[in-house]
Design a protein around this ligand. Structure first.
Ligand code: RIB
Length: 314
C-alpha cells in the first residue's frame, strides 16, 4: 500500500458545453460534447499520481467499458488501482455535467458502482490502509464507508483529509477524527445545516469546536482561507482565464495532500495546491486538466519565489 490512500468515487463525465443553462421546459442547442474521466476520488488520486506521489486508490466500478477506460487512465497517472473492486451487476458511475461559458458547471452524479463500496470492502483492506501516512476521502461513496475508513485511520494515527462533497450533515463525533476538512462556501453551510448559524465565522467556529483540526475553505477566484484554533491563512488564487472549473476543487485537494505527505509546511502546501487548481481551470475537463509537477513548480515560482526557494532550492 502507498503512503497516500484515496478512498472515493470514479465516474465517466458526460460534459455538455452551453452558452447559458436552459429554463425549465426549454430546449437549447449546445456547443460541444466531451466524455472524459472524472469522479471526485479518482480526480484527487490522479492529481497525486501525476505530481509524482505514491498513491493507492480504493474504489468500485462496473465490469464495463467505462470501468476499463477509467482504470487505464488512472494507471497512466501512476495510481495504484489493484484494489479497485469490479462489480458484475452494477455499472460504473457517471456524471452529467453542464458547463456554462464562464466555466461554471452544474453536475448530476449517478453513483452506480460507487455506492457498492462497502464497509466490509474497507475492513478487508484495513491492513493496507494502516500503512498509509495520509488518507483522503470525499462523500460520493456510502457515508458509512467514509466513516469507517476515518475510524480505521484515526485508530492508527494516520492523517485524515476530507473533501465534504457532495455536502451532507455528518455525525458530530467524526469531526474530532478529521485533521483537515476542505469545504467550499456552499458546502460549509450544508455541513452546518440545523445549527441555526448565520455567518461563515459562526460555522467555522462550530466545526472547530467539534474538534476538526483545520478548515480550508475554497472560494474559487477568491482563493482559499485556512482556519484553525491557532491561525488563519489567506491565499489568493492565481490570475488566469477560466475555461472550466470542473475538478478544480479535487485538484486542489490532491495537491494539498501531496504537499502534506512530503512534510511541507502547511502554508507552502496551500500555495502549491492553489497553483495546481489555478492551472487546471484554464483547461477543459477534470482529469484532463491536471497539471504536471513541473507546471505547478513554475507557477509557484511566479506566485511566491520564497516558498519556491524553500521547497525546491534548499
Ligand atoms: O468534482 C468534479 C467531479 O464531480 C466530476 O469529475 C464528476 O464526476 C463529479 O464527481
Amino acid at each position: 500500500m502507498s503512503e497516500i490512500v484515496v478512498v472515493g468515487s470514479m465516474n465517466m463525465d458526460f460534459v455538455v458545453s452551453v452558452e447559458r443553462y436552459p429554463q425549465r421546459g426549454e430546449t437549447i442547442i449546445g456547443k460541444e460534447f466531451l466524455m472524459s474521466p472524472g469522479g471526485k476520488g479518482a480526480n484527487q488520486a490522479a492529481t497525486i499520481g501525476n505530481l509524482g506521489g505514491d498513491v493507492t486508490f480504493l474504489a468500485a466500478c462496473g465490469k464495463d467499458i467505462f470501468g476499463d477506460q477509467l482504470l487505464t487512465n488512472l494507471k497512466s497517472f501512476g495510481v495504484n488501482v489493484e484494489h479497485v473492486i469490479r462489480c458484475e451487476d452494477t455499472p460504473t458511475g457517471i456524471a452529467s455535467i453542464t458547463l456554462e461559458s464562464k466555466g461554471e458547471n452544474r453536475i448530476v452524479v449517478i453513483p452506480g458502482a460507487n455506492h457498492r463500496l462497502s464497509v466490509s470492502n474497507i475492513e478487508r483492506l484495513a491492513e493496507e490502509i494502516k500503512k498509509a501516512k495520509v488518507v483522503l476521502l470525499q462523500l460520493e461513496i456510502p457515508l458509512e464507508t467514509v466513516l469507517r475508513t476515518i475510524e480505521i485511520a484515526y485508530e492508527h494515527n494516520i492523517q485524515v483529509v476530507l473533501d465534504p462533497a457532495p455536502a451532507r450533515k455528518l455525525p458530530e463525533e467524526i469531526y474530532a477524527k478529521i485533521d483537515y476538512i476542505l469545504p467550499n462556501e456552499g458546502e460549509i453551510t450544508q455541513l452546518c445545516a440545523g445549527y441555526n448559524l448565520i455567518t461563515e465565522k459562526e460555522r467555522i467556529n462550530k466545526l472547530l469546536a467539534l474538534g476538526v483540526g483545520g478548515i480550508l475553505i475554497t472560494k474559487g477566484e477568491q482563493g482559499v482561507t485556512y482556519y484553525s484554533t491557532e491561525q488563519t491563512i489567506t491565499q489568493p488564487a492565481i490570475q488566469t482565464k477560466v475555461v472550466d472549473t470542473t475538478g478544480a476543487g479535487d485538484i486542489f485537494a490532491g495537491a494539498f495532500v501531496f504537499g502534506l505527505q512530503k512534510g511541507w509546511a502547511l502554508e507552502d502546501s496551500i500555495k502549491f495546491a492553489t497553483c495546481a487548481a489555478g492551472l487546471s481551470v484554464a483547461r477543459q475537463g477534470a482529469q484532463s486538466s491536471i497539471p504536471t509537477f513541473t507546471e505547478v513548480k513554475e507557477a509557484l515560482q511566479v506566485m511566491d519565489p520564497s516558498s519556491y526557494q524553500k521547497l525546491f532550492c534548499a
